[in-house]
Design a protein around this ligand. Sequence first.
Ligand SMILES: [Zn+2]
Length: 232
Amino acid sequence: MAIAACAPGISALRAQPRKLKVLVAGGHPGDPEYGCGGTICRYVDQGHDVALLYLNRGEKTCPESPEQSAANPRVAEAKRACEILKARPIFAPQCDAHAVVDSARYDEFRAIVEAENPDVLFTHWPVDNHRDHRAIAMLSLDAWLRLNRRFALYYYEVSDGEDTAMFAPSDYVDISSAEPRKRTACYAHASQSPDKYYALQDQIARFRGVESRHERAEAFTRHVASPTGLLP
Ligand SMILES: [Zn+2]
């Protein structure tokens, strides 16, 4: 099923007459790009709207003012990466390595998702060595449940071994042609050791490509109760 879903010419998405809204949630600037950058390119190329929702701005301590936050180089890197991908950046107001999951944060995160009204939401796989990644997985799942499961929910992998663990994909997207743009967007996060982390992520993309018979692929796990047929 997974391989068939990626085969040329039979993508259900291509038959979609309407423009989709796609939301890619990540714990930090760079996570959506590394985990889903090729898939984002595929959506954009098909005319769909994509936004990258970062749980924080990569700041170890919360900024005391918007001006402080605007001076953060990681915000500039994220904006540049979004320009390359032709996507929109959105920042949730949490802090790096200090993610909070409580009722107020659930409501706050759900309000952001609800305002975007996505057709598809991508988020981190919840078994992850980084607590911010685990947090956004929970925040995303809660938003999806509270919004009546009306959009597709997919989990993605990032920096397997270092972050994601025990990931078992259900679906694959061929990103072979999109890889150069994905790489450029990931390298826009110049402060985050892209030589190390892009090499790791590209190993993953090559392996997922072996599994799905493409040069490179990104892999996802679809929530079993979410709509199907919305991958590019
Ligand atoms: Zn991260």
